[in-house]
Design a protein around this ligand. Structure first.
Ligand SMILES: *[C@@H]1O[C@H](CO)[C@@H](O)[C@H](O)[C@H]1NC(C)=O
Ligand SMILES: *[C@@H]1O[C@H](CO)[C@@H](O)[C@H](O)[C@H]1NC(C)=O
Ligand SMILES: *[C@@H]1O[C@H](CO)[C@@H](O)[C@H](O)[C@H]1NC(C)=O
Ligand SMILES: *[C@@H]1O[C@H](CO)[C@@H](O)[C@H](O)[C@H]1NC(C)=O
Length: 464
């Protein structure tokens, strides 16, 4: 956190002095412009690394990329290809859009194929480890601002489970596990957003994701976030039939906005407030914090409640190399924008995307342009720069309320094929109507604060 004595605050302070003093001069030299509006990036840092630096700045939960040396399996070889990331994002974005266009009246009961609600996909993202049960057992879960139910695979995996790291949760070995009845409030609540059923009075649930699913018993169990933060009777899904693309994780941690999502269930202690920082590289860790003090450096933008289940934000503009792009504000208003922890690359309305990619290309003429991919352009060949820093234009996203998110270098470029094809890390929605998505690549190194109680999302630079 950038407290007044921390190095992050100090750097920020120095940076502000530099920016302010450069503005005071009569004429600003080209060199100064380059320093302010460009950032140096080591091309190498865009490539996957094989070593995990475990240092963690706070007592909150450690956040790790689900790929690479800090992942659940610790296997540095798990990095997905660019094509895989594109595919995963496509599936997730499609399911988020489908969900946004659906009404709660379209939900139904189990065993009726037509009632399946496409929800979020669990392809991309970050994991945390929490404790469940008494005695407590640790489980690594993908955290997801795009879904609500927290669930883990449960023994006996009657309908089949996917492989996970370590043993699966066994309710018979926990003294605090309790099935929920069909008449309970959480059971009625889950019925509003997923399929629900009843077996001799016990509540069954089924959540369908873009390509994954979990079916099981709705239950209450003791959730341990940290040794001093223990929640009894926390509603979880005990999944006995699960599928999807998991890489050793046991399930999901739901950070959405409904009453069964974690922020609401823990609101007596955490006041419906959480924050995370996604690390710049998959070889280091970030953190997920609940409650507590908000970083004084955080700037807040209101949550747009147009999307009842997801975190909607209002984008006010984009700048590249210090120049605000001439994009009409209505372009961002039409489809709206959501912030998502599980979509990798930011998706923009076509008009905004075209303006961004051409402005970026104009400021990158010093580098060798190479063929783009079907999803990314412009792309550059940086193979000659393995040891030298490259100077790339800064990109800022502005949100309503005067909030500027100056994207970290790790969120501007994306290595689509080693250093031979490094591309602008944004994607085109294909039209100006669909919802835009502020993805996790562009959130890196910021502390992103979800003050759900106040209806605000905040951003503080230098979060991890
Ligand atoms: C939801 O249902 C209402 C009433 O049936 C309808 O007017 C509205 O357009 C629907 N919303 C969406 C997003 O489909
Ligand atoms: C929960 O319900 C299932 C299905 O009815 C049952 O097999 C299991 O024993 C129940 N567990 C507890 C702790 O009541
Ligand atoms: C391009 O390279 C030249 C020569 O090294 C340098 O002076 C100039 O600032 C660079 N331009 C940009 C936009 O980086
Ligand atoms: C770019 O694409 C064109 C047409 O498909 C192809 O002829 C050319 O070899 C490609 N260039 C590079 C550097 O891959």
């Amino acid at each position: 956190m950038a407290t007044p004595t921390s190095p992050a605050f100090f750097l920020l302070h120095v940076f502000l002095i530099l920016v302010c003093s450069s503005k005071k001069g009569h004429a600003v030299s080209a060199n100064e412009i380059t320093k302010t509006y460009f950032r140096d990036v080591h091309a190498d840092s865009l490539l996957p690394s094989s070593v995990c630096d475990q240092s963690n700045k706070a007592s909150s939960l450690k956040v790790a990329s689900r790929y690479g040396p800090c992942s659940v399996t610790g296997d540095p070889k798990t990095f997905p290809s660019a094509a895989e990331i594109v595919l995963q994002d496509d599936i997730r974005v499609k399911s988020l859009r489908t969900r946004l266009s659906m009404n709660s009246s379209t939900t139904g009961v189990l065993n009726e194929e037509k009632t399946t609600i496409p929800s979020t996909h669990n392809g991309a993202g970050y994991t945390v480890t929490v404790g469940l049960g008494t005695p407590k057992k640790d489980f690594s879960l993908l955290f997801d601002t795009g879904s609500d139910l927290t669930w883990t695979q449960c023994e006996p995996c009657l309908g089949g489970c996917f492989p996970q790291n370590g043993e699966k949760f066994d309710p018979t070995k926990s003294t605090t596990y309790k099935n929920l009845s069909c008449l309970s409030e959480p059971c009625k609540s889950i019925a509003k957003e997923s399929a629900q059923g009843c077996s001799s009075g016990t509540c069954l649930y089924r959540v369908q994701y873009g390509t994954g699913y979990t079916v099981g018993f709705l239950a209450t169990e003791t959730l341990t976030i940290t040794h001093s933060d223990v929640f009894e009777n926390f509603v979880i899904g005990c999944g006995e039939k699960n599928g999807g693309k998991f890489l050793g994780e046991s399930g999901l941690l739901g950070l959405g906005r409904s009453s069964i999502a974690l922020p609401s269930q823990t609101s007596s202690k955490y006041k419906n407030l959480f924050s995370y920082c996604l690390p710049a590289s998959s070889s280091s860790t970030g953190r997920l914090s609940f409650g507590g003090e908000v970083s004084p450096a955080a700037k807040f933008t209101p949550i747009n409640t147009k999307f009842p289940e997801l975190y909607g934000l209002d984008v006010a503009g984009i700048s590249v190399g210090g120049r605000k792009l001439p994009i009409d504000a209505s372009v961002f208003r039409t489809g709206g924008t959501i912030i998502d922890s599980g979509t990798t690359v930011t998706f923009l309305p076509s008009t905004a995307y075209s303006a961004l990619s051409s402005a970026f290309q104009e400021l990158m003429t010093n580098y060798t342009l190479t063929n783009g991919t079907s999803s990314f352009h412009p792309c550059y060949d940086f193979s000659k720069y393995a040891n030298d820093p490259i100077s790339i234009p800064k990109i800022s996203i502005f949100f309503e309320g005067g909030v500027e998110v100056d994207i970290d270098g790790s969120g501007i470029l994306f290595a689509a094929n080693g250093l031979e094809k490094v591309c602008l890390a944004f994607r085109d929605n294909g039209n100006d109507k669909d919802v835009a998505i502020f993805g996790n690549l562009q959130q890196k190194t910021y502390e992103v604060v979800y003050d759900v109680a106040k209806g605000m999302v905040g951003f503080a630079p230098g979060g991890c």
